[in-house]
Design a protein around this ligand. Structure first.
Ligand SMILES: [Fe+2]
Length: 244
């Protein structure tokens, strides 16, 4: 139930997100305690979303993931992703964008990566190790580092990403269906260089060619088209309206 009869929690979140992201010079979203506090509070019931049951009969025609659009301004977009049991949002990026993701029900595993450099030919520090590639793949490969693998539930705080840090992620529903509230700032806009790209982890870089001081797991990522088994449907948002 909304905790305030006059102003819904999602309205407060939208207003705070607008304040935070209209001035993008305040780019360290980790410091925005007000928005993080509001997001930590939000639950599925605040958005009038009932947790789904596992979908026993898998249909090829039913999208594994659906999206409920809540609002979009020039500075941010907000909506809810709902994942079927076992569904995955494949590894993808958010170029030049900030993101905040708060689980509403269920449990998700998020694996976050940072890109380290472009294709092996252009990497600053050359190593002898390059994964086997087709010639056409050479411009689509990135050296990256796995920053974190974290499990989130409704009781967790939001997962944050910035243009520089943990900007690539893969999201898996674990132990049943799950849903999360997603804020992206600024929104995706292919016209303005903010298109979504998908990646596949080719292989991890062997210890022998990793820099000695680099403790985190390095990988090669290959940019790929949107995977065939992933697509996102739409459904109406049933919760309180948001206005500015
Ligand atoms: Fe994402």
């Amino acid at each position: 139930m909304p905790r305030d009869n006059k102003t819904s929690l999602i309205q407060k979140i939208a207003r705070q997100a607008s304040l935070t992201f209209t001035d993008l010079s305040q780019s360290n979203i980790g410091d925005n305690k007000d928005l993080i506090t509001l997001l930590t509070e939000v639950r599925a019931a605040d958005l009038k979303i009932a947790p789904r049951k596992p979908n026993g009969s898998k249909s090829n025609h039913k999208p594994p993931v659906t999206y409920m659009h809540i609002c979009e301004t020039q500075s941010f977009s907000m909506g809810v992703f709902l994942l079927d049991s076992g569904a995955t949002i494949p590894l993808h990026d958010h170029p030049g964008m900030n993101g905040m993701l708060k689980v509403l029900y269920g449990k998700v595993r998020i694996r976050c990566f940072d890109k380290l450099g472009k294709s092996p030919d252009q990497a600053e520090s050359q190593t002898q190790f390059v994964p086997p590639l087709q010639p056409f793949q050479k411009d689509s490969i990135w050296r990256a580092v796995l920053r974190a693998t974290v499990w989130y539930s409704e009781d967790s705080g939001p997962c944050l990403l910035t243009p520089q840090r943990e900007n690539l992620h893969q999201i898996d529903a674990v132990e049943g269906p799950a849903a999360f509230l997603d804020i992206l700032a600024p929104p995706y806009d292919p016209e303005d260089g903010r298109d979504c790209h998908y990646y596949k982890v080719l292989q991890t870089v062997p210890d022998a060619v990793r820099k000695a001081e680099q403790q985190e797991e390095e990988s090669w990522l290959l940019e790929i088209p949107q995977p065939d088994d992933f697509w996102c449907g739409g459904e109406p948002y049933p919760g309180p309206k948001v206005s500015f």
